[in-house]
Design a protein around this ligand. Structure first.
Ligand code: ADP
Length: 632
């Protein structure tokens, strides 16, 4: 909060919150080339204030100036070089002025300032985008103002009018004012280099361009310059892309164009309008805050009723922004009676259908944008697989994964891409779940690579769970490649390598005995080629990745033992077998047995006893270096 520093003659002088001071400094000194935006910001605030008073007047008869027309009025005074923006909106009390204009009412303000300062040397666009994201609208007035005088009177009939004044330095003053009308008036003393805004034509042009979505009349010197009807009630053919984008900026504060949008107008069985936007990027906190919101504003017959309307969209679509306006709901609709309301249920079903269609369309026709979308919201969309059974099919078409056949590690494929290039006779969709970086080099992929079989990489912790929910895609079941039951048929033998069956059988029985505490079983592998061994999940068991997640959730969770598969064609295994045949038992061989398991764990990044691994590696290094010396 700001600090009161001094009071004299009823005028109270206060200091801006430090963050605001820093912000003002940056606005004044580094963003002056985009000064047009100040007008849009102030009109946007006026429009919000009008929305609020219209809503209040529905339920509250005792309101100041009940008959004042709802409009925004702009006057210029060329001799005084002032621009005055007046609205008949909700106004502010003294406390509200202090709260709203003097502090940045966002918890992330310090972080914002840090980011903005860091962006100092970056281009203007990056900075504007940052400012948009954090909603610092009002302060943009100091991009053009030398001094600002704000007079406001709250709609509360008992409230005293207040006068707020600042030159954008470190301080502002507050005093009582004798304004009678409800609403807010902002008198802007323009800086010498900003006198262009005294030109009514220039103002009209900026307003038509940036504020035409506003549903209230905006008048410049008495002449209405905007269309004045709510944008969503207009026919699609009469709204330009630019206007849709301006409206989006008004709703979200985000100045970047949305990734996609949709304008819905439905007449039967119920009547409603909606404009929906998919932002290019959503702040993390919007998606992952403890109590997520649904950023849809609900209007009834053009009157703003409430934001955060959770009944209108499922949570997994919470990245969407927009408005819904329905004629078939009562104006006095409350949060309680929105729940289970049949009209709302119908609207919601329609919106989900439209949105999934919009997203799918982007996936089909604008794959590059879709990747941006997927990277931003894929993780949220996957929640839909858990909660929205009805749309499983559509949602599964939207999934994307890296794959063993990807041209780059970042390349992503859809399940349909996978089906399209499946090998003839292939019955399953193969995947490997695990840590990013650990999946691609896994030895379990050898056999798949050799046969040209594609394997999807599931590196997001929820991915494997999503697969289990879906079970199938287009009739093909999902199959983890680290499951014991995966059978790819006989391995092509490595040329010139003779196997000694007896030796293998003996080695297996030795390993079983030695590793009884660590693995469930030891088997001969059919799938390994270049690697000596691998660990796989026994039939019916939880996959290793699932266990990893369980352990993250519950420290006490004891993972089940896996099956060790060995590759008898690999020189390491053959040499161990040969050694065993000659030596029978021995501590050294036991250490080797453990090392086989640790070797796999190292690759997965989950080694249990690093000290043992280090010890064993030291022995191995000793042997190998002796070899090296002998060669020299
Ligand atoms: P934002 O609009 O993103 O909240 P602003 O800095 O533009 O940020 O405005 C801060 C707050 O000041 C608004 O949320 C609103 O409560 C109040 N405010 C600004 N302009 C007006 C106005 N013309 N009438 C009433 N309240 C206003």
């Amino acid at each position: 909060m700001s600090e009161a520093t001094q009071t004299s003659g009823g005028v109270e002088e206060r200091t801006f919150q430090t963050e605001v001071q820093q912000l003002l400094h940056l606005l004044i000194h580094s963003l002056y080339t985009h000064s047009d935006v100040f007008l849009r910001e102030l009109i946007s605030n006026a429009s919000d204030a009008l929305d609020k008073v219209r809503f209040r007047s529905l339920t509250d008869r005792d309101i100041a100036d009940p008959n004042a027309p709802l409009e925004i009025d702009i006057q210029v005074n060329t001799s005084a070089k002032t621009l005055t923006i007046r609205d008949s909106g909700i106004g502010m009390t003294r406390d509200e002025v202090n709260q709203n204009i003097g502090t940045i009412a966002h918890s992330g303000s310090a972080e914002f300032i840090k980011k903005l300062s860091a962006a100092k040397d970056q281009d203007e666009k990056a900075k504007l985008q940052l400012i948009g994201q954090f909603g610092v609208g009002f302060y943009s007035v100091f991009m053009v103002a030398e001094r600002v005088v704000l007079t406001t009177r709250s709609a509360d009939p008992q409230a005293q009018a207040v006068l707020w004044e600042s030159a954008g330095g470190g301080t502002y003053t507050l005093s009582a004012a004798d304004r009678r009308e409800r609403g807010t008036e902002l008198k802007i003393y323009l800086r010498g280099d900003c006198e262009e805004y005294l030109d009514a034509h220039r103002l009209e042009q900026v307003i038509r361009r940036h504020s035409d979505y506003v549903g209230y009349p905006i008048k410049v010197a008495g002449k209405q310059v905007n269309s004045g009807s709510a944008l969503w009630t207009r026919p699609r053919s009469q709204v330009t892309e630019e206007q849709y984008c301006e409206f989006y900026t008004h709703l979200s504060g985000d100045r970047e164009k949305p990734l996609a949008y949709e304008h819905v107008a439905v007449d039967v069985p119920i009547q409603f309008y909606s404009v929906l936007y998919v932002p290019r990027q959503s702040p993390m906190e919007l998606l992952f805050r403890p109590e997520p919101r649904i950023a849809l504003d609900l209007y009834v017959k053009r009157v703003f009723i409430q934001d955060d309307c959770k009944e209108l969209l499922p949570m997994y679509l919470r990245f969407v922004r927009g408005v819904v306006d329905c004629d078939d709901l009562p104006l006095n609709v409350s949060r309680e009676n929105l729940q289970h309301n049949p009209v709302v249920v119908k609207i919601r079903a329609n919106l989900v259908r439209r949105l999934l269609g919009l997203i799918e369309n982007m996936a089909k026709n604008r794959p590059e944008d879709y990747l941006v979308f997927w990277r931003a919201y894929g993780i949220v969309l996957k929640e839909g697989i858990a909660t929205d059974h009805e749309h499983h099919e559509q949602l599964s078409r939207l999934l994307r994964y890296p794959s063993s056949l990807g041209e780059t590690p970042e390349a992503l494929v859809s399940l349909q891409d996978y089906l399209d290039r499946m090998k003839e006779g292939q019955e399953q969709i193969y995947y490997l779940a695990g840590e990013q970086g650990a999946v691609a080099p896994s030895p379990l992929l050898d056999a798949f690579r050799q046969r040209g079989l594609e394997v999807l990489f599931l590196t997001d912790p929820v991915d494997e769970w999503v697969m289990t929910r879906l079970e199938k895609y287009e009739g093909k079941a999902f199959q983890a490649v680290d499951a014991e039951e995966v059978d790819l048929g006989k391995q092509t033998r490595i040329e010139g390598v003779e196997e000694d069956r007896e030796q293998t059988i003996e080695l297996i029985s030795f390993l079983k005995k030695t590793l009884a505490e660590r693995v469930a079983d030891v088997r001969e592998s059919q799938r390994l080629t270049d690697s000596p061994c691998a660990l796989v999940t026994p039939k019916g068991g939880l996959s290793h990745n699932m266990e990893r997640l369980m352990k993250m959730a519950d420290r006490e969770f004891a993972p089940a033992r896996r099956v060790l598969e060995i590759n008898p064609r690999h020189p390491v295994i053959r040499n161990l077998g040969a050694h065993l045949e000659k030596k029978r038992q021995g501590a050294q061989l036991e250490e080797w047995a453990h090392f086989l398991v640790d070797y796999v764990l190292l690759g997965e990044g989950t080694v249990e006893d690093p000290q043992r691994v280090v010890r064993n590696l030291q022995t191995i290094m000793g042997g190998a270096s002796a070899h090296l010396a002998a060669e020299a």
